[in-house]
Every structure is written in C-alpha cells, then in structure tokens.
Design a protein. Structure first.
Length: 183
C-alpha cells in the first residue's frame, strides 16, 4: 500500500524535468540569436562596404557594346542580389572598375566538309573594387573568363548575341560572388 505505481512515478519525474528544459531554452535563445545575427546582418561583404558605384567599363576591344553591356548587367545583378546598393560614385563606399580586356570568336565545331558549324565566343574581363575613402584596392580579379558557343548559321540576334550574354553572365556571377559572398 505504500508503493507508488509506475504512472505516478513517471508523472512526477516528467513534471520536474520540463521546467529545466524550458529554462535552458529560454537561456540559450538569446545566445543563438546573437550568434546568427552576424551572418544575417553583415552578409560578408568585402571591406564592410554597403554601397557601390559601377561606371562604364574600360574597353580594349573593337566590340564597343561590351563595355556598356557588362556595366549595365553588373548593376542589374547587384540590384537583384540586394546586398549592395548601387549609387553614384560621389556617394559610394567603393567603386567597381571593370575592363573588357579581350574577346575572341573562334571556330569551335566543324562539319565533315570542314565548314564551321559553331563558334565559341570568349571574353576576358578584369575587375577592381576600390574603396572610395582611401583608394585601397579591396578586391582585384584578373582575367575572368566567360564563354559560350553559338551556331554559325544563325543571325547575330539569335546566335552571337545570346552567346555574348551567356559569357558575360559567367563573368558577372564570379564578380558578384566574390564581392558579396566573401565570408
């Protein structure tokens, strides 16, 4: 008669353990939130910058459209990403200086009669992220390569132009990754 049944003992043990777990959760929650705050707030941006200017790229090639395309598409990529705000040079924490160094349209595949079937478009780009306050180079990317192939029989708007866009996209992804995900 003086014995406790199994349900009475486990009920009393359960009540005693839950308040301890609740206290542990309440005590650990602020530590967990503060530990994650660095990653969600800082974003790992190079040099702690928050704003960037992207002037028209320098161009060492005969394809005059590439410099404008590269610069415009980088602005669009930063805007979509949202980690850096694109502003005018006089208000920017840093300036992204781009240069189109080389382009190449080379035969890539041939038919049995040795007629070019596809071309490979290749672009080489340089990039420097320079802090506005002291002109310190925060990031230097040399000879970034982007490429794509296109059908030789297609007009430029269906063949070469989409290949140029794809090649620039390869370069832009690298620039965006290196400036916004550098942690």
């Amino acid at each position: 008669m003086g014995c406790q049944g199994p349900s009475q003992g486990s009920a009393s043990r359960g009540r005693g353990r839950w308040p301890g777990r609740a206290r542990m959760i309440v005590l650990c929650l602020p530590l967990w939130v503060s530990a994650c705050a660095h990653y969600t707030v800082s974003g790992g941006l190079v040099g702690g910058i928050r704003t960037v200017a992207v002037p028209v790229a320098a161009n060492a090639t005969a394809d005059f459209r590439l410099a404008e395309q590269l610069s415009e598409r980088l602005v669009e990529a930063y805007t979509r990403d949202g980690q850096l705000r694109v502003v005018d040079e006089d208000r920017a924490d840093a300036v992204m200086r781009l240069s189109v160094e080389a382009v190449d349209d080379a035969p890539f595949t041939y038919t049995a009669a040795e007629v070019t079937e596809q071309y490979r478009f290749r672009v080489l780009v340089g990039a420097e992220l320079v802090r506005s306050a002291d002109e310190e180079v925060l990031l230097r990317l040399e000879r970034l390569e982007g490429w794509s192939t296109y059908d030789a029989s297609l007009p430029d708007d269906q063949g070469r132009d989409p290949a140029v866009a794809a090649a620039l996209e390869m370069v832009l992804e690298e620039i965006l990754d290196r400036t916004t995900a550098g942690w």
